[in-house]
Design a protein around this ligand. Structure first.
Ligand SMILES: NC(=O)C1=CN([C@@H]2O[C@H](COP(=O)(O)OP(=O)(O)OC[C@H]3O[C@@H](n4cnc5c(N)ncnc54)[C@H](OP(=O)(O)O)[C@@H]3O)[C@@H](O)[C@H]2O)C=CC1
Ligand SMILES: O=C(CO)COP(=O)(O)O
Length: 335
C-alpha cells in the first residue's frame, strides 16, 4: 500500500530509524538533516553513517537540508530533534508547514525553564490545536527498530481518529502501534524513564546488581505514577508501553544513551566529560531538572528526579545519591 509524503525533522538515531518504519509502512519520507553532508550521505550512500552505520535505508527515504523542500506536500510532520532545541527549531520551520499538517513528536523530554511538554511547545509555536498534535512513544531503541526487530509503541492524540490515522501510517511488519488519547501520560512516561535510566545506570556504574536496579526501576515507576496522576495522566498509560515498557527497555539496555550516561556518572566521570565523549542526546540529563521542578510545583515528592539532578549538576556523587535513597524516611510502599 502506498501513502502520501511525511517529513521527518531530525536525522539522528531515532529520526532515521523511524523513517525506516514509515517507509516500510508505505509512506514517502523526506528527512530534514541539520548538516548538508548527512543529507548527501542518505541520498547518495543510502546510509546515515553518523548515527546508524551499516543500516541500508529503503528507497522511499530521501533527505534534504532545505526546510521548505522537506515540508512541501507533507501532511504529517514528525519531529525528532533534542527536546531543548525544539522551540527554536519550530519557530524557523513552522511557517513552511502545510496548513493542516499534523505534528508528531517523537521526543522524550520536558523543556527547561517553561516546564512544557513537547506537545505544548508545538501548540504554542505553530498554533495547531490538540487534534493536530500527536506523540509516538514506547520501548523503541533506535538500533533495534532499524534492524526491524519486533516492537510495539503508542500513538497518542486527543483526537482518537487522528491517532488511528497515524497508527495506520506507521504500522509496518515489525512495528505495532497502539492508539491512545493520553498525550500527557505518554509524554511524561517517556521523559521520566530517561531520568530513571540515569539512576539505574549510576547503580550499574557503581557495580551494583539486579536487586538494586530492579528496586530503582520500580520506585521510578512509582514516582512517575505519583507525578503523572497528579498532573492528570491515566495510570494505565504509565503501566503500558509508553511507561513501564519504555522504562524496562531503557533501564535494561546497554544501547540506551541515558543508562550509559548514568553508568559513566557512576564510574566517576563528570557531566562535562560525558558530554564531550558523545554527540548523541541523553534527554534525562536535562529533563531531571524540569521534572524535579514540575514535582515541586505540583507538591509531589520526586526523590529520583531530585537526586539525579544533583548528580548531573555535580553537587552529589553517584554514591551519595544511592546512599540518599536508602537514608530517606521509611514509609508504606503505596504512599
Ligand atoms: N534514539 C532512540 O532510540 C530514541 C530516541 N527518542 C527521542 O527522540 C529524540 C531525538 O533523539 P535521537 O534521534 O536519538 O537523538 P540523536 O542525538 O541521535 O540525534 C539528534 C538529531 O538532532 C539534531 N540536532 C541536534 N541539535 C540540533 C539543533 N540545535 N537543531 C536542530 N537539530 C539538532 C542532530 O543533528 P546533528 O547530527 O547535525 O547534530 C541529529 O540529527 C529525543 O527526544 C529522544 O529522547 C525516542 C525514542 C527512541
Ligand atoms: O527512548 C528510547 C528507547 O525507547 C531511547 O533511549 P535513550 O535515549 O536512552 O537511548
Amino acid at each position: 500500500m502506498s501513502h502520501g509524503k511525511i517529513a521527518v525533522f531530525g536525522a539522528g538515531s531515532w529520526g532515521t530509524a523511524f523513517s525506516i518504519v514509515l517507509a516500510d509502512g508505505g509512506n514517502e519520507v523526506t528527512m530534514w538533516a541539520r548538516r548538508e553532508e548527512v543529507a548527501a550521505a542518505i541520498n547518495d550512500g543510502r546510509e546515515n553513517p553518523d548515527y546508524l552505520p551499516g543500516v541500508e535505508l529503503p528507497p522511499r527515504v530521501s533527505a534534504t537540508h532545505d526546510v521548505e523542500k522537506a515540508l512541501h506536500g507533507a501532511d504529517i510532520v514528525v519531529l525528532a530533534t533534542p527536546s531543548q532545541t525544539l522551540r527554536g527549531n519550530l519557530e524557523e520551520w513552522a511557517p513552511f508547514a502545510e496548513r493542516d499538517a499534523v505534528f508528531v513528536s517523537l521526543m522524550k523530554g520536558v523543556e527547561l525553564g517553561t516546564l512544557n511538554r513537547m506537545s505544548e511547545v508545538i501548540h504554542q509555536v505553530t498554533g495547531a490545536e490538540p487534534d493536530r498534535i500527536a506523540v509516538i512513544s514506547g520501548p523503541n531503541l533506535a538500533k533495534e527498530i532499524a534492524r526491524r526487530e519486533p516492537a510495539a509503541s503508542v500513538v497518542a492524540c486527543e483526537d482518537e481518529s487522528v491517532a488511528r490515522m497515524l497508527q495506520d501510517r506507521c504500522h509496518s511488519p515489525a512495528f505495532r502501534p497502539y492508539t491512545s488519547v493520553d498525550v500527557l501520560g505518554c509524554e511524561l512516561g517517556g521523559a521520566y524513564k530517561n531520568v530513571v535510566g540515569l539512576a539505574v545506570g549510576m547503580a550499574v556504574g557503581l557495580g551494583f546488581g539486579d536487586n538494586t536496579t530492579a528496586s530503582v526501576i520500580t520506585r521510578g515507576l512509582a514516582e512517575t505514577a505519583r507525578l503523572g496522576m497528579k498532573l492528570g495522566a491515566n495510570p494505565l498509560t504509565l503501566m503500558g508501553l509508553a511507561g513501564l515498557g519504555d522504562l524496562v527497555a531503557t533501564c535494561s539496555s546497554p544501547l540506551s544513551r541515558n543508562r550509559t550516561f548514568g553508568e559513566k556518572l557512576g564510574q566517576g566521570l563528570s557531566t562535562e566529560e560525558i558530554y564531550a565523549s558523545t554527540r548523541q542526546v541523553a534527554e534525562g540529563a536535562k529533563s531531571c531538572s524540569s521534572l524535579r521542578a514540575l514535582g515541586e510545583q505540583a507538591g509531589v515528592d520526586v526523590p529520583i528526579a531530585e537526586s539525579v539532578d544533583e548528580v548531573v549538576a555535580g553537587r552529589l556523587t553517584a554514591t551519595e545519591c544511592m546512599d540518599g535513597f536508602l537514608r530517606r524516611d521509611t514509609k508504606a510502599e503505596t504512599d
